[in-house]
Every structure is written in C-alpha cells, then in structure tokens.
Design a binder for this molecule. Structure first.
Ligand SMILES: [Zn+2]
Length: 175
C-alpha cells in the first residue's frame, strides 16, 4: 500500500533519498486550475520521482494523468480534455544555477531547507497541459450541430408564400 503523501517535504532531501510519491488528488483542491474548469469533479493521478543525474543535479520528474472538463470556445459547451504529461525539473537555488541548466531541464526554484507541496507541482503540470483555446473537434462541436437547422429555417422563410402574405396583411392593418 502506498504511504500517505506528506503535506510538505524538503525536495533536496527526497532527491538525496531517491524517493517517489504517487497518489490521486481531487481537482477541486487546485485553486488556480479550478476556476478554469467547466466541472470541478474528477481526480488527477500523479507521480513525483526524485533523484540525481550523472552531474549530481537534483531532479524531480512530475507526471500527471487527468481528464479535465473545459469549456469549448466555439460552442461554450463542455469539452473533455485528456492530460497525460510529464516534466523533468531540476532543483536550483537561484537564477544563476537556473541559467546553467541544459535546455531539456526546467528549473525549479528551491532554497536550502525549503518545503514544497506536491499539490503545487501537480497543479503546475496540469496548467502547462491546458490548451490555449479548448475546442471540440469540428464534427463533434455542438455549435455546428445547433446552428445548422436554425439557419436552414431562416433561409426558407422568404420563399414561403404564406409568410409573405402574412407580412402583407400585417402591413395593411393600420389603414
Ligand atoms: Zn464545441
């Protein structure tokens, strides 16, 4: 059985130990992500792996898996977005260390003895995985489906002789 994840941890210490943490979190606990969701239900499956590379750099690999309910920017209905992402972060004590990192590593600021929360790392990774403008695929988008019949109806109206008659009658009424 997985041990309960500590609320806060020293990332340097966990890298030293080669520890890993994994579990699930409710999406509703993320204060930055939650307002962007169409529905604040569901969970994220996450894994944090701490360790060191050949250069003795302290690394954290953050992996997340979640199904997010977003709002389609075309039809404003709910669209489900699957996030399956991971990042390799290197602990750094300041901007100078960050600048020395190879391109494939993202810096993660962590002062000596600082404490981190798994929740923040997981939320960052989820936010990175969000599309800029979430949309259904064209053929599945409610906008295309909903608009079509209305437009057809509107186009038929002028050709309908009864509608033209009705309009004339209304026009005569005031006399
Ligand atoms: Zn849509």
């Amino acid at each position: 059985m997985a041990r309960p994840v500590p609320e806060r941890f020293d990332p340097w210490l966990l890298c030293e130990k080669g520890a890993s943490l994994e579990g699930r979190m409710d999406l509703s606990v993320f204060s930055r992500l939650a307002p962007l969701l169409d529905k604040r239900e569901g969970r994220v499956l996450y894994r944090l792996e701490f360790g060191k590379d050949g250069e003795k750099r302290a690394l954290v690999r953050v992996s997340v898996e979640a199904e997010l309910a977003l709002t389609c920017q075309r039809c404003l209905e709910r669209v489900t977005h699957q996030v399956n992402a991971s990042s390799r972060l290197a602990l750094v004590r300041g901007p100078q260390e960050a600048a020395r990192l190879p391109e494939m590593l993202e810096p993660l600021m962590a002062g000596e003895g600082c404490l981190m929360e798994a929740r923040d790392l997981v939320e960052d990774e989820l936010l990175l995985g969000l599309p800029v403008s979430p949309r259904h695929e064209e053929m599945n988008c409610g906008h295309a489906l909903a608009v079509e019949p209305e437009e057809t109806g509107a186009e038929e109206l002028p050709d309908n002789p009864f509608a033209v008659l009705a309009a004339l009658r209304v026009g005569r009424k005031p006399h």
